[in-house]
Design a protein around this ligand. Structure first.
Ligand code: PMP
Ligand code: GLN
Length: 382
């Protein structure tokens, strides 16, 4: 019996492939993006408290009210934005799911969606699973800024959505206000919807500030903004995130969400709600900046080329032209097997597997892990 191919991606996602290879070869895993240090003890205690005090049954479909209110309070505090907890916030099982759900709420067969590449690997399959067509627009190495003339040229009367991501995975590039202005100008007088993937909003360096689509009144009206607690509280395995969208968009989002998973695990939501409202956890961006700086300093002992330090996210892209001319997939596998350090080949983030001979390191790791990894890499010769 043959089942239909719902999307064009072949094989298994690169994150699973490289994490499995790392395990198989006992390599240090700087590939898939997740921290290797524990969550705040207080957050763990709150999860236990939730389960032991009876927060074990279905939460309301849009998410626990206390968590939605905590998110609204957090956006008021950090961005001075008014977001309605009842009509604009939906709690989801992670941002990956929220992106799929938003696409499903918006797309019909034959629509076109502009994707800026390199891009997080779920975007394109999600678009195709909805019968829509991907229109890729490349960002150009090594800066990975958006070429707005190229985006403008890619718009047709079939363009239904554009998905953007800042701070950017895998390149660490960060949008400026000029980028938002350019996007606003392109979509003005159209019905194009924006999906704004802002999962790394709190991981931004060198005194820069994240600028959210929610701060762009004109764009906010036509957008779904997607976030992930996993990136903020170092608990990627909890798989809890949220979508912020105007009331009519939120209604459309929930119309799909209620029949996909209906609701998200209750104890996790309870723990996060209490943690957000009461925590005095250290600021994430300074903690991550320390890790980025430490990693970049160590990397000077290796023959890798850092074209540009990551401006945000917990990823650093590096060139290996001084080491090898292998294709990046082959190089990443070789590095895992021969030097015991797993990374992600950047070609995995392009629909046509464009290979700029770059690999991505995740530096959301303990200092000891980064040190051990770079000691292994410093054995590489030019
Ligand atoms: N978007 C980007 C750009 C990401 O890097 C990630 C992290 N995997 C996600 C979305 C998904 O986050 P989540 O784990 O909450 O699904
Ligand atoms: N976002 C993470 C990364 O880019 C991993 C997500 C996943 O494993 N699907 O590495």
């Amino acid at each position: 019996m043959e089942l239909p191919q719902k999307h064009s991606a072949t094989g298994t996602t690169i994150f699973t492939v490289m994490s499995a290879l790392a395990q198989q070869h006992s390599a240090i895993n700087l590939s898939q993006g997740f921290p290797d240090y524990p969550i705040d003890e207080q957050l763990g205690k709150l999860l236990y408290e939730a389960a032991s005090t009876g927060y074990n049954q279905y939460a309301p479909m849009p998410g626990l009210p206390m968590l939605r209110q905590a998110v609204a309070g957090d956006f008021k505090k950090r961005y001075n934005l008014d977001i309605d907890a009842d009509t604009e916030i939906t709690i989801t099982p992670g941002a990956t799911y929220a992106i799929y759900t938003a696409f499903t709420a918006v797309l019909q067969a034959g629509d076109e969606v502009i994707v800026l590449e390199p891009a997080y690997d779920s975007y394109i399959p999600n678009i195709e699973m909805n019968g829509a067509r991907v229109v890729p627009v490349s960002l150009s190495a090594p800066e990975f800024n958006v070429d707005w003339d190229k985006v403008k040229a890619a718009v047709t009367n079939k363009t239904k959505a554009i998905i953007i991501n800042t701070p950017h995975n895998p390149t660490g590039a960060v949008w400026t206000q000029e980028d938002w202005d350019a996007l606003a100008e392109i979509v003005r007088d159209t019905d194009i919807v924006i999906l704004s993937d802002e999962v790394y909003e709190q991981i931004i360096f060198d005194g820069q500030k994240h600028i959210s689509i929610l701060q762009q009144p004109e764009l906010r009206e036509r957008s779904f903004a997607l976030f992930s607690f996993g990136k903020v509280f170092h608990n990627t395995g909890w798989k809890i995130g949220y979508c912020i969208a105007p009331p009519a968009f939120t209604t459309a989002f929930r119309r799909i969400h209620q029949f996909l998973c209906f609701t998200v695990n209750t104890p996790g939501q309870y723990a996060l709600a209490n943690y957000i409202s009461n925590s005095n956890a250290p600021l994430l961006h300074s903690m991550m900046q320390q890790k980025r700086d430490y990693f970049l300093e160590l990397m000077k002992q290796t023959p890798f080329t850092i074209h540009k330090p990551a401006g945000g996210s917990y990823f650093q892209v590096a060139g290996y032209e001084q080491i090898s001319d292998m294709p990046d997939m082959e190089f990443a596998q070789w590095l895992t097997k021969e030097y015991g350090v797993a990374t992600i080949p950047v070609s995995a983030f392009y629909s046509n597997k464009k290979d700029d001979r770059l690999i991505r390191f995740c530096f959301a790791k303990k200092e000891d892990t980064l040190l051990e990894a770079v000691q292994r890499l410093s054995k590489l010769s030019i």
